[in-house]
Ligand binder design. Structure first.
Ligand code: NAP
Length: 248
């Protein structure tokens, strides 16, 4: 069953990793997909082609989610190209890990702007469209680190915890207009972001997870299908952990 037929989604940061996984599964479920990238043009264009082959409308946009004006321009372009927006997935994110003692002001600010301010930028830019059609589903890609904290990631954890506060506030603010807003807190998902880590560390993480494996982009994408589709019509303001039981 195709759960997202005739729906249009904007996904930020879909040129690789979790965002790319979401774009592919959404297209397989019949969604039209507008997605962004920061600099990976070749993989973004290849993804656009791959999604189009599945019979949906798909388009890649180079857009820096941390910049307010770029988010506004992006949403205007997507509405012109696709006619509507039903789903917003704020997925773009980065890490710049360090102990507080060694963390620079630039690295703190960059992570807050790319991970958290981007969510404000994109949600504000799409809200007009959602209000007009009296429906919408917003999904914010937080992290278990935003729920629990993590030594060496104070900037990242603060940005991801901030996303949860933002999510719950928007759910309260826009619920009466049938606009839902939820967050996903992925655990250890094996992507390029985690490839930087050494194999021994990675294996010890896998061993500590109740389901005994790292997650895949598809595991996160399937949770997004639920939150984006009408299956979750009565679910808003929630944080869904997709972590193999890590925080249990
Ligand atoms: P990734 O493989 O590093 O991919 C990041 C994506 O974000 C890329 O498409 C990148 O585009 C894009 N991006 C970066 N900065 C951007 C900006 N300023 N504007 C627009 N797009 C930007 O990361 P991932 O592992 O898939 O993670 C995706 C999301 O899940 C992030 O928010 C991350 O914090 C969260 N998450 C990941 C894990 C995990 O274990 N992997 C766990 C919990 C949460 P370019 O390719 O052009 O650079």
């Amino acid at each position: 069953m195709k759960l997202l037929e005739n729906k249009t989604a904007i996904i930020t940061g879909a040129s690789r990793g979790i965002g790319m996984g979401i774009a592919k599964i959404f297209a397989a479920h019949g969604a039209n997909v507008a997605f962004t990238y920061a600099s990976s043009e070749a993989p973004a264009l290849a993804l656009e082609e791959e999604l189009t082959q599945l019979g949906v409308k798909a388009k890649a946009y180079k857009s820096d989610a941390s910049k307010f004006e770029q988010a506004e321009a992006l949403v205007t372009a997507v509405v012109a190209d696709f006619g509507t927006i039903d789903i917003l997935i704020n997925n773009a994110g980065v890490t710049k890990d360090n102990l507080l003692m060694r963390m620079s002001e630039e690295d703190f600010d960059a992570v807050m702007e790319i991970n958290l301010k981007s969510v404000f930028n994109m949600t504000k830019a799409t809200q007009r469209t959602f209000l007009k059609q009296r429906s919408g589903s917003i999904i914010n890609m937080s992290s278990v680190v935003g729920v629990k904290g993590n030594a060496g990631q104070s900037n990242y954890a603060a940005s991801k915890a901030g996303m949860i506060g933002f999510t719950k506030s928007i759910a309260l603010e826009l619920g009466s207009r049938n606009i839902r807003c939820n967050a996903i807190a992925p655990g250890f998902i094996e992507t390029e972001m985690t490839e930087k880590l050494d194999e021994k560390t990675v294996q010890s993480w896998r061993d500590g997870i109740p389901l005994k494996r790292g997650g895949s982009p598809e595991d996160v994408a399937n949770a997004c299908v639920f939150l984006a589709s009408d299956l979750s019509a009565y679910v808003t303001g929630q944080v869904l952990n997709v972590d193999g039981g890590m925080l249990t």
